[in-house]
Write a protein that binds this ligand. Structure first.
Ligand SMILES: [Zn+2]
Length: 290
């Protein structure tokens, strides 16, 4: 155990009452300048991979956002789902669960060693994208349910960026559209309602069907926004966001389009999608991703 670490990072490891995400299984520690990984002795190789790759992701995101950030990030690499559940003190939806609860200047990413080396990079850039977004926008969580920045923008960006490490994006695009179209009877995500944790409150399980739809919808919103206005403009918009400013007004002043109209455009795009649209959407946005 690491008493000094607990002292230093009390606010992220301890919820206001008592809940620490730390586990007794995390006996080893590996550090670089700004990244620390706590892991089980059996998972040294994965910990090394995380340390090596995280540098690459941070460099990429600095280039993407044209900034020079070196965020302090702590990884808890649990040996099993059970170990992670014990640390969270509740059942979790799946073994690849990752969270970035940000408190203060330190970000915590939690994951299990069951992750395949293929999905490791995808998950790492996704979570690191959340960290950059929080730093750049001043986003913060309110009562563990809501946050001050639109979640469609944050999750959509993370999904846009993690597509670098996903294979067969065309199929993923088709599947996401299929899900949105098949399940729209009682719920269709609306950008104006996506400020919270994807309405998970009325679902029994995190990342249930509504949450999945909201993720998929967010992906199309951000990808379309970037396609229509260019990465530079979207990045400038993100960097101009501020918890004190009204997001609808900000959106309108940057894109000369009310957020509600943009929402209607995306809804139409998604509802009218056919095979050709999938193919075009893939070609336009992901074929030449370097
Ligand atoms: Zn995410």
């Amino acid at each position: 155990m690491f008493p000094s670490f607990f002292e230093m990072n009390r606010e992220i490891l301890l919820e206001p009452g008592e809940n620490s995400f730390f586990s007794v299984d995390l006996q080893e520690k590996m550090v670089s300048e700004t990244v620390s990984i706590f892991y089980h002795p059996n998972n040294k190789q994965i910990a090394e991979d995380i340390l090596k790759n995280e540098r690459k992701h941070i460099m990429f995101l600095n280039q993407f956002y044209k900034v020079n950030l070196s965020p302090e990030i702590i990884f808890f690499l649990y040996p099993s789902k059970e170990s992670m559940e014990e640390a969270f003190k509740r059942p979790l939806p799946h073994a690849q669960c990752c969270f970035v609860p940000i408190k203060g200047d330190v970000s915590l990413v939690t994951l299990t060693a069951l992750i395949s080396s293929k999905s490791l990079n995808q998950i790492m850039i996704h979570e690191t994208s959340h960290i950059f977004f929080h730093i750049l926008t001043g986003n913060y969580e309110v009562d563990n349910i809501s946050q001050v920045m639109p979640l469609w923008l944050e999750e959509g960006l993370a999904l846009y960026l993690d597509s670098r490490y996903r294979e067969d994006m065309q199929k993923i695009i088709a599947n996401r559209l299929k899900m949105l179209n098949e399940n729209n009877t009682d719920y269709f995500p609306d950008l104006m309602d996506l400020y919270t944790y994807f309405n998970r409150l009325d679902e029994h399980q995190e990342f249930g069907p509504k949450g999945q739809m909201a993720y998929a919808y967010s992906f199309f919103c951000v990808t379309r926004l970037i396609y229509s206005y260019g990465i530079d403009n979207v990045v400038t918009f993100i960097k101009a966001l501020d918890p004190e400013k009204n997001i609808n007004e900000m959106f309108f002043s940057f894109f000369k389009l009310p957020l509600s109209h943009f929402n209607e455009t995306i809804k139409k795009l998604v509802l009218n999608a056919d095979e050709r649209m999938v193919e075009n959407f893939y070609k336009e946005n992901f074929k030449n991703v370097d």
